[in-house]
Design a protein around this ligand. Structure first.
Ligand code: DUC
Ligand code: ZN
Ligand code: ZN
Ligand code: ZN
Length: 467
């Protein structure tokens, strides 16, 4: 006996088209679409029928950059995989790609196994892993091949955080050369961490200890320099490259120049760089600590270049870099020394709504919304078709979205396990109403119906992006 759900009467939006269609779901997958009211659609029956009249029917969001339970600065991000994936579902995201971490002196295998242990039985939605490589040597390079075979097909390295995650240019080049042979995608955190650390020490010595100095020492030029450098290293290695959390106008220019040459260089930005700025870092009474992340928030003038990059496809993906730390007890570790503020912002629940507001504001089209939030991240990381679209054969990860609902973002109503909202008081139009993950209800008219352990590991293929 099959298990069928029918979604009737909504506007189905994918990255490719918008059409009023009924969607038939069977055994966890999209079985068929047919024009609403058509003879074919009227003939369908199902155990569950969802009325989507006046609503959007969109693919579940794919957030390709989250950090649940992430060890950082002597503490760990405050969302567990259980609380973080639940909050993601509330915000219309049905797949996250989180980061398994290799510790220095340990193998990739140990790092990956630890993350499988954290996620087994805890996630409300599906998840995949990138692997953070902290220790590039012969054995970890060899291990990369094995991980690709297990569906962990992307590896993040850092030009920042000397002594923690940092890799020098030789190590980065070697990882890129490995990626060129096994098809993996190298993701780079591009900021010149060596130079930044000098500026950090100079600022602290001057007594410049407030959160706003975090934004000042992590100079846009040092993001641009590192972006330029990793692009050249990827060219030498003949490997594709994905630059994470791009925030500076000058870094977008480096990506655009590379793409104009036809190079397989890709970029991601995050809602915090599109909607927040150094004004937030300068909030009084240490409140600026809530907005400390790396790369840092930039002066508002940089936002136009990011929006333009998203329209021109010089930036392909918007993910959150969700890495929440409570203000009380965690952000406060950096009182009197901004360099001790754990880096990261909450946002996994807010991304789809903030980007919908950009549609309302005329910054992007509805289809571009779905492209940058669902389709492109799935394609970039090798699981488009299964995720990121509504088409026969795809997993039935579907969101019924009410474009007319109004909401005010607030820590009082959000579901992330963190004691503040980066968007407190922000009013937006649009809200997630119902969420299906592989055909099962996770959210039903804003009642949570999900469960820890429904979410499954998604082994990924190689990147489906060419240029
Ligand atoms: N940046 C952050 O803001 N948090 C976690 C790691 C990172 O690179
Ligand atoms: Zn990073
Ligand atoms: Zn600038
Ligand atoms: Zn990150």
């Amino acid at each position: 006996m099959s298990n069928r759900t029918l979604i009737r009467g909504g506007l189905v939006i994918t990255a490719a088209e918008e059409t009023y269609a009924d969607v038939l779901i069977e055994d966890g997958r999209i079985a068929a679409l047919a024009a609403s009211g058509s003879e074919a659609a009227r003939a369908w029956t199902a155990e569950r029928v969802i009325d989507a009249t006046d609503k959007y029917v969109i693919p579940g969001g794919v957030d390709a950059h989250t950090h649940m339970e992430f060890p950082f600065g002597g503490t760990a991000s405050s969302d567990t995989f259980e609380t973080g994936t639940r909050a993601a579902a509330w915000g219309g995201t049905t797949t996250i790609v989180d980061f398994a971490v290799q510790s220095v002196g340990r193998s990739l295998r140990e790092g990956l196994d630890a993350y499988h242990a954290k996620t087994d039985g805890t996630c409300a939605i599906d998840y995949a892993f990138h692997m953070i490589v902290s220790d590039v040597d012969e054995s970890s390079l060899k291990e990369m091949d094995g991980l690709v075979g297990e569906g962990v097909t992307s590896f993040k390295l850092f030009t920042a955080y000397p002594g923690v995650f940092y890799s020098d240019d030789g190590k980065i080049l070697r990882a890129m050369q490995k990626a060129a042979t096994n098809g993996a995608l190298i993701m780079m955190h591009a900021e010149n961490g060596i130079a930044i650390d000098v500026l950090v020490q100079q600022a602290l010595a001057r007594g410049d200890t407030d959160p706003r100095h975090h934004g000042e020492v992590r100079r846009a030029l040092l993001e641009a320099e590192a972006t330029h450098r990793v692009i050249q290293l990827a060219r030498v290695a003949e490997a594709p490259l994905y630059v994470v959390h791009v925030s500076a106008e000058e870094a977008v220019a480096e990506l655009a120049a590379a793409r104009d040459k036809g190079l397989p260089v890709f970029g991601e930005t995050c809602p915090q760089y599109l909607f927040l700025s150094t004004d937030n870092l300068a909030e009084p009474d240490f409140e600026g600590a809530k907005y400390v992340c790396s790369t840092p928030l930039r002066p508002r003038e940089h936002q136009a270049a990011l929006w333009r990059g998203l329209r021109t496809d010089d930036l392909q993906v918007v993910s959150t870099d969700h890495c929440p730390f409570c203000f009380t007890g965690q952000k406060e570790l950096g009182r009197g020394d901004f360099s001790k503020i754990p880096n990261g912002l909450p946002g996994v629940e807010n991304r789809m709504d903030l980007l919908h507001q950009a549609v309302v504001d005329g910054r992007i089209t509805r289809r571009r919304w779905i492209e940058i939030a669902c389709a492109a991240p799935a394609r970039m990381f090798g699981f488009y078709g299964k995720k990121g679209t509504i088409a026969p054969g795809a997993d039935a990860d579907v969101v019924i979205y009410d474009p007319a609902a109004e909401q005010t973002m607030s820590a009082a109503t959000h579901h992330m396990n963190v004691d503040y909202s980066a968007y407190e008081g922000k009013r937006v139009r649009g809200q997630v109403e119902t969420v299906l993950s592989r055909g099962e209800l996770v959210l039903e008219r804003r009642e949570f119906r999900g469960r820890a352990g429904h979410g499954a590991f998604v082994p990924r293929g190689l990147t489906q992006y060419v240029n």
